[in-house]
Write a protein that binds this ligand. Structure first.
Ligand code: MN3
Length: 215
């Protein structure tokens, strides 16, 4: 069953000026789509036509098939990333998420500062992450296509720091991009929802045709 490129959960112009429609045209319409097309072109030869996206990612990791792992993990990371974004000022951390942020970081600004630092200072391509490790919130960053989905961590929020994520709007200024996205575009409702541990399936199902049939 081929994977499909999920639609963006917002209008392409809705994140400007922090993330332009042109960036989304390239980032979603070309980069994310290329990962989907690449994985689809590999499924038959790998005998994975019936696998879910997470199964494909795990298969790639177990068999040390870097091409399969990298492309499949990038589908998932991007599907998750789009869900983490929302038009400026539309949500704020609330409920249990707000409590955890206060307990583990001492407040929202401290969390944003740590996440901005980890993302901006990550060396090379990769992703900044807020994850739940056991019962504790943690900020981390992972290289290239690597994903918390295969590290036993519960993904809550991510920010893409590959150059393709910011070069059109911010040129080489990654810290400015990171700050702008973190302070203006985070869908905190989605982040809070992921405390239930189902964030991995949530981003998988959004583009897994098999899941649509079950639903
Ligand atoms: Mn990207």
């Amino acid at each position: 069953m081929p994977f499909t490129l999920p639609d963006l959960p917002f209008a392409k112009e809705a994140l400007a000026p922090h993330m332009s429609a042109e960036t989304l045209d390239f980032h979603h319409g070309k980069h994310h789509k290329a990962y989907v097309d690449k994985v689809n072109s590999m499924l038959a030869e790998k005998g994975l036509e019936q696998a879910s996206l997470i199964e494909v990612i795990k298969d790639g990791k177990e068999k040390r098939d870097k091409k399969l792992f990298n492309n499949a993990a990038q589908i998932w990371n991007h599907s998750f990333f789009w869900q983490c974004l929302a038009p400026e000022g539309s949500t704020r951390p609330s409920g249990k998420l707000r409590e955890l942020i206060n307990d583990d970081f001492g407040g929202e600004q401290a969390l944003l500062d740590q996440l901005a630092k980890a993302s901006a200072e990550h060396f090379g391509s990769g992703w900044g992450w807020l994850v739940l490790n056991g019962n504790k919130l943690e900020v981390t960053s992972l290289h290239d296509a690597d994903t918390p989905a295969v590290h036993g961590l519960t993904p809550l929020l991510t920010i893409d720091v590959w150059e393709h994520a910011y070069y059109i709007d911010y040129r080489n200024e990654r810290p400015k991009f990171v700050k702008s996205v973190l302070e203006n575009l985070i869908n905190w409702d989605f982040v809070g929802q992921n405390l239930d541990g189902k964030g991995i399936e949530r981003a998988d199902q959004s583009q897994n045709a098999k899941a649509d049939i079950i639903a």
